[in-house]
Design a protein around this ligand. Structure first.
Ligand code: GUN
Ligand code: ZN
Length: 493
């Protein structure tokens, strides 16, 4: 049992939860976006992050504070919350990112945790090793051992009420990620960031991100709060939440603004090239792109950062609403249309439909079939698994059209792509109430044919006839030979 995290709602592997942060005396609703605050450059004042944007938690870097003479003593004497003027929860990172960038840092886990405790951090981080994606296995294993020693040092440290992160590394090796997840969940640490994702995300390698996170999740316990370190682009948040990530940190809003970039839920645009703002946040409502280009650069950077934060927090709220409604995978599907790399991420997610199925609610708002990827959603596989439980009579007609007025079968069941066969009595139950276009595609037909195959194999004694509405060859190939198959179009029905 994780004492500090409570899950309230589920959709796919995504969830709405509450993370209790005792040292800050606040409870943060997840999914939560933690803006990254550079202690040296406050692009947007932390107090405004809370009041205007709704940030309940932010993240800053204790290693930078410790290494910057100008601010270290002030932060030590005032405490982080007063220094930043922020009364929500504050997570601090440890310098691991600097370790990954520069190869060396001059601090141990024990020292940096003690420093984080002294400056008043609410969630601290040990010195994990963010192993990059494409290294050899020996290095990934060696560095993971170092990370696991850092977690042991963190468990041994005096941390009081402060929560402590247990980062999960393992590079691109799914078995290492899974073992790292299992090891982290076995510690008494509190929050579980999946690390070293930044190089993958910067290269738009979303399928690799999905494989690493899904592997880590297999090792972690379902009730572990999971942070996706370095993820904050609004385009990928729905995908990340659907995998079961709860916390995100965005430096993107500020870094991108510095380069004149404007974030949207389907990608990144350049202020230089924009004629219109497709957004109604306070910045976009009051300004045009030309306006921002003409003013001074600092003003443009600040306003872009504010827009970037508005779209990112808006997306977090949209994701929470989708979880409540049970439409999270439909949102992921829409976001997957923004960039081919996002589509790869979504397809990789659907390769793990079984893993999503474990927490996917059995009933929600109507399933919308709006892309052929939807044929691989967890609800379809779950229906196929359940077909084996259904009683069948000796002679069964499965038909995609209305039951014929006269026939000599013992029963007539409906067939509905992408699910396949089911008794009429189940017509009004989720997901069989699905809205499916009239022009069904081959992927839906093939998934339905798979349902037929599963039913046939579970009932070797039953004589089965299938009436289909012009199914593609690829779908019909999947129907076992012993099924009598009629094309309803040829029969004029
Ligand atoms: N920030 C982005 N990635 C990482 C990571 O892997 N570890 C830590 N500690 N911070 C990060
Ligand atoms: Zn805007």
């Amino acid at each position: 049992m994780r004492d500090h995290f409570e899950i309230r709602d589920h959709d796919a592997a995504g969830r709405i939860g509450r993370l209790e942060v005792p040292r800050a005396d606040v409870t943060v609703e997840t999914p939560a976006l933690l803006p990254v605050v550079n202690p040296n450059v406050l692009t947007v004042e932390p107090e405004r992050l809370r009041t205007e944007f709704g940030a309940e938690m932010l993240i800053t870097n204790s290693y930078i504070i410790r290494s910057t003479d100008r601010i270290r003593d002030r932060v030590l004497s005032e405490g982080l919350h007063d220094f930043l003027d922020f009364d929500g929860a504050i997570m601090t990172d440890s310098g691991s990112f600097q370790l990954a960038e520069y190869g060396d840092i001059d601090v141990t886990t024990a020292e940096i945790l003690e420093f984080q405790r002294r400056i008043g951090s609410d969630v601290a981080t040990p010195v994990d090793v963010p192993t990059p994606p494409d290294v050899d296995r020996d290095r990934a294993e060696r560095e993971l051992e170092t990370t696991e020693r850092a977690l042991a040092d963190a468990e041994a440290a005096e941390t009081g009420e402060m929560l402590v992160n247990a980062p999960v590394q393992g590079s691109k090796y799914p078995d290492l990620r899974e073992a790292a997840g299992r090891h982290a969940a076995g510690t008494d640490l509190d929050v579980f960031p999946v690390g070293a994702m930044v190089p993958l995300m910067n290269a738009y390698r979303y399928a690799d991100v999905v494989e690493a996170v899904m592997a880590a999740k297999r090792g972690l316990d379902p009730d572990c709060p999971v942070h996706l370190f370095g993820a904050g682009h609004p385009m990928m948040l729905a995908l990340a939440v659907a995998m079961g990530c709860d916390l995100f940190d965005s430096a993107a809003y500020a870094l991108m603004a510095r380069d004149g970039r404007y974030l949207t839920v389907s990608g990144t645009e350049h202020l230089e090239e924009m004629s219109y703002f497709p957004c109604s946040c306070p910045v976009c409502a009051d300004h045009t792109p030309a306006d921002l280009r003409e003013g001074d650069d600092d003003r443009a950077e600040r306003l872009l950062a504010e827009h970037n934060l508005h779209v990112t927090f808006e997306e977090i709220r949209r994701i929470k609403a989708a979880i409540r409604d049970g439409t999270l995978l439909e949102l992921v599907d829409r976001r997957a249309r923004g960039h081919p790399a996002m589509l790869d991420g979504y397809r990789a997610l659907l390769d793990h439909a079984d893993q999503l199925e474990a927490t996917d609610p059995v009933s929600k708002d109507a399933f919308f079939y709006t892309s052929h990827e939807a044929a691989r959603r967890p609800e379809v596989g779950r229906h196929h698994d359940r077909l084996a439980w259904l009683e069948t009579p000796d002679d069964l007609l499965l038909t995609e059209s209305k039951p014929p007025s006269s026939h000599d079968h013992d029963a007539v069941w409906r067939v509905k792509p992408p699910f396949g066969p089911f008794p009429r009595a189940l017509s009004e139950t989720y997901p069989l109430t699905a809205e499916v276009p009239e022009r069904v595609d081959a992927a839906a037909q093939t998934a339905a044919a798979e349902g037929v195959r599963r039913l046939v194999e579970a009932n070797p004694e039953t004589a089965i006839t299938l009436g289909h509405d012009g199914w593609a060859e690829t779908a019909l190939d999947r129907v076992p030979d012993r099924v009598a198959v009629d094309d309803l179009r040829d029969l004029g029905r």
